[in-house]
Design a protein around this ligand. Structure first.
Ligand code: ARG
Length: 457
């Protein structure tokens, strides 16, 4: 089919080449960005006297009509168009006639695609952020509900020290809060307009790039025209941020999967967010958490795909860069679906407090507190650590725990120990005394919840 860019060639490309070259089936999702970008461009051309005001009015009205018709479903995307930019221009010219051909003065499709994707990704960040906030807020609510629920805290997946479930949940809230921060940093760096780079070298027309940038909500313009059309670092940065966010959700998913197992039985997911097995009637599978964990690999793949595409590309635009969109769109769609499902899964999740407490009682997780008890009675920490370790070993030999280890035996291990030791090493005391900022005590967790809620405002 003959192309708008027919000139040097007759533009009669083979159907096979057209299909291979075409990106409309995925870049059509940037139709709004493309049209609003073109409106700003027409306005700039008129302001600078490059086209007349009357011509700009015709172009802008025409573009407005195309936008309305796409949104109402009256206008379908033409699968034979090369991409969304050509499609909009083709329809415009068909509708308004000759003046439509003036729109592309002082710009290039290389600028357009770099512009559209920036506007598009910027608005996706604005979509993701409130969703993440909703998830963090759901976490804060859960943490509030379970702020006094004692569970074992782990290192090396070995029971380490008692913590509260609320404390554990708030750890993820903090991580996700940083994810919001990263997205906002990314948005700020992305928000510079490439329009007017004119393919690569700038233009001889007296354009006003800053006027156009301001109209489109940018904070400024790309200061080097080659850079403006060549880089996709903003998309990589966004995918990196999304990958970190998915890594957080994946670790959380892994814990939810473990906690849902019969071996742990720490949490119960609601029926609405689990599945059954087609053969094993007893099963209740944490599929949503597993899928989030699995989709994390997919998002990393999207990110690596674009890194690899861009590696070694010479300046300026190369058609390879058309490959940026499917990866970044997929990463975004995936992360949005994961955040949405996660928020609901967390809100409806219940903790099994007895099992958490039972697990906390079994693993000598108050041994640090026994050592601290001795330190408070004058022993250096290393010596206290050694005595406590010996007591734990003796408990294991004699089949008891620190909480019911006989006082005579305690005294034999160290004459500093008195009968207040039992109070000092009770799980409740262990948790309650951890009042250091950021610690696991109810008071500390309450502060963390208040901090996070404040940040969400
Ligand atoms: N569809 C292209 C892309 O996504 C638009 C830019 C094409 N520019 C060009 N000179 N062929 O990257």
């Amino acid at each position: 089919m003959a192309k708008m860019w027919a000139g040097r060639t007759d533009g009669n490309t083979s159907k096979m080449a057209d299909d291979f070259n075409s990106s409309i089936h995925f870049d059509k999702r940037m139709y709004k960005e493309d049209i609003t970008g073109s409106m700003a461009h027409a306005a700039m051309l008129a302001k600078q006297g490059i086209i007349t005001d009357a011509e700009a009015d015709i172009l802008i009205d025409g573009l407005d009509g195309i936008l309305a018709d796409i949104e109402s479903g009256k206008l379908d995307f033409d699968p034979d168009s090369e991409d969304i930019h050509m499609f909009v221009e083709e329809v415009l010219t068909a509708r308004v006639g000759e003046v439509g051909k003036k729109l592309h003065t002082a710009r290039s499709r290389n600028d357009q695609v770099a512009l559209d994707i920036r506007i598009y990704l910027r608005s996706e960040i604005d979509t993701i952020t409130p969703k993440l906030k909703a998830l963090i807020s759901a976490l804060a609510d859960k943490a509030e509900e379970y702020k006094a629920t004692i569970m074992p805290g782990y290192t090396h997946l070995q029971r380490a020290q008692p913590i509260t479930f609320g404390h554990h949940l708030m750890a993820y809230a903090m991580m996700l809060l940083r994810d919001i921060d990263r997205l906002s940093d990314c948005r700020a760096r992305m928000n510079y307009s490439p329009i007017g780079c004119c393919a690569l070298a700038g233009t001889t027309y007296d354009t006003d790039r800053r006027f156009e940038a301001e109209k489109l909500g940018f904070d400024g313009i790309c200061m080097n025209s080659l850079d403006g059309v060549s880089d996709r670092d903003f998309a990589l940065e966004l995918m990196s941020d999304i990958s970190i966010l998915m890594m957080h959700l994946s670790r959380f998913s892994e814990e939810i999967i473990l906690w849902s197992s019969w071996e742990f039985k720490f949490v119960e997911l609601s029926d609405a967010f689990t599945t059954g097995s087609s053969i094993m009637p007893q099963k209740k599978n944490p599929d949503m958490a597993e899928l989030v964990r699995g989709k994390t690999g997919r998002v990393y793949g999207d990110m690596i795909a674009l890194f690899t595409t861009l590696k070694s590309l010479p300046l300026a635009y190369n058609k390879d860069m058309q490959e940026d969109k499917e990866s970044v769109f997929d990463a975004i769609d995936t992360v949005i679906a994961c955040i949405d499902i996660f928020a609901r899964m967390i809100s409806s999740m219940k903790a099994n407090e007895e099992n958490m407490l039972a697990a906390a009682k079994g693993g000598f997780i108050n041994a640090t507190d026994l050592a601290d008890y001795l330190v408070k009675r004058g022993l250096p920490f290393r010596s206290a650590y050694k005595i406590s370790g010996g007591i734990v070993a003796d408990c294991i030999r004699s089949g008891c725990v620190l909480d019911n280890y006989p006082l005579e035996k305690y005294k034999a291990a160290s004459e500093l120990i008195e009968d207040d030791v039992y109070e000092a090493i009770s799980l409740k005391t262990c948790v309650e005394k951890r009042i250091s900022e950021g610690g696991t005590s109810v008071a500390s967790v309450e502060k963390q919840i208040a901090y996070v809620r404040e940040q969400l405002k």
